[in-house]
Design a protein around this ligand. Structure first.
Ligand SMILES: Nc1ncnc2c1ncn2[C@@H]1O[C@H](COP(=O)(O)OP(=O)(O)O)[C@@H](O)[C@H]1O
Ligand SMILES: [Mg+2]
Length: 317
């Protein structure tokens, strides 16, 4: 393991398809993740944004090794996660954790907050006294006082429940947390509190995040880098400020267009964009049918181009 490398996670040419139809004649697959590459440094938030069904959660599940990949590599701290077993795998599980969208379903309703946060420590065989110390610390770091330890999830508000989920996710002091739409079920004011908390954890606890959301506004608030996904493919990838200030891919421009009117990243020169422009084509740019500026050339698949310090999947960006 190279502890001096700034790279924590490296995803290379990752692809995943799901079987959607199977008859005796033919199997049909759906490409949920298509040749995706990115890396996340220590102490960094990588935002993954794209509309529903674009493959965001599938990337998260692949990185957590909850499902099998089809192609590509996922390297965590210099090691291929799909080649890990035994102690290595156990260590990987300890170094990674997850926060889901809806804390109502992700927290066990029969457990009190204490037990919910303690569970990962039990799984990893921490002694009782150490567990207690770590639970109290994690709950505090998640912004809840110790009076919550004795309560059930049903007695908490949505924001408080998400803080419990965060306490559980940080209790083993992981290096990487996959946050899959962690604010999408919350009111806007509570969303902001959770975003602030994630920023604080990044800075103070040296945790990196893969922050997944359909909302570019939310992603823009806390990401250092952004990856824009459309139908399992990366449309644009690079420095967050750069992308928000000067989006290059037509799809990123559309996402920015849907931001609130007072958002600094909003493009005022774009008018409302219809859903579908033209018929789908096989083998061309995946965004062809919905692209407001597609041309003849776009019937051919674009290559990734490096423009302004970014990778962009577009012939014309
Ligand atoms: N286990 C599965 N079996 C079949 N299709 C799946 C499975 N998981 C996800 N998909 C499909 O893959 C696509 C991407 O899903 P997902 O990664 O959940 O998207 P997102 O999180 O961006 O909304 C969707 O079309 C979804 O229906
Ligand atoms: Mg999802």
């Amino acid at each position: 393991m190279d502890s001096h490398s700034p790279t924590l996670l490296k995803v290379e040419n990752l692809s995943k398809k799901f079987l959607i139809k199977k008859s005796i004649f033919k199997k049909e697959y759906f490409k949920a993740v298509d040749d995706v590459s990115f890396s996340v440094n220590h102490n960094q938030v990588m935002g993954i944004v794209g509309e529903s069904g674009s493959g965001k959660s599938t990337i998260g599940r692949l990185v957590l090794k909850l499902i099998e990949k089809d192609e590509g590599k996922i390297i965590f701290e210099g090691k291929d996660i799909y080649k890990m077993s035994g102690d290595e795998e156990k260590f990987f599980r300890k170094e990674t954790s997850v926060i889901f969208q809806d804390p109502r379903t992700s927290l066990n309703p029969r457990f009190k907050v204490y037990q919910i946060v303690e569970e990962p420590l039990v799984v990893h065989s921490y002694p009782k006294e150490e567990r207690k110390k770590k639970v109290i610390e994690a709950v505090k770091d998640a912004g809840l006082d110790s009076s919550f330890l004795d309560r059930y999830p049903s007695e908490l508000s949505g924001g408080q429940r998400q803080r419990v989920a965060i306490a559980r996710a940080i209790v083993l002091q992981p290096k990487l947390i996959i946050a899959d739409e962690p604010t999408s079920a919350l009111d806007v004011s509570v969303q902001l509190q959770i975003i602030k908390l994630i920023k604080k954890l990044k800075e103070e606890k040296n945790i990196s995040f893969l922050f997944i959301s359909h909302d570019l506004n939310v992603v823009g608030m806390l990401s250092d880098r952004i990856l824009v996904l459309y139908r399992g493919k990366i449309m644009e990838k690079g420095d967050a400020k750069n992308i928000l200030k000067n989006p290059l891919h037509p799809y990123t421009k559309i996402l920015l267009e849907s931001l609130p009117p007072d958002h600094p990243g909003r493009r005022k020169d774009l008018t409302a964009i219809p859903e579908i422009y033209r018929e789908e084509i096989e083998g061309g740019c995946v965004f062809y049918s919905r692209c407001p500026v597609a041309m003849q050339e776009c019937k051919k698949e674009p290559e990734y181009r490096i423009i302004d310090n970014r990778e962009v999947y577009c012939h014309f960006a």
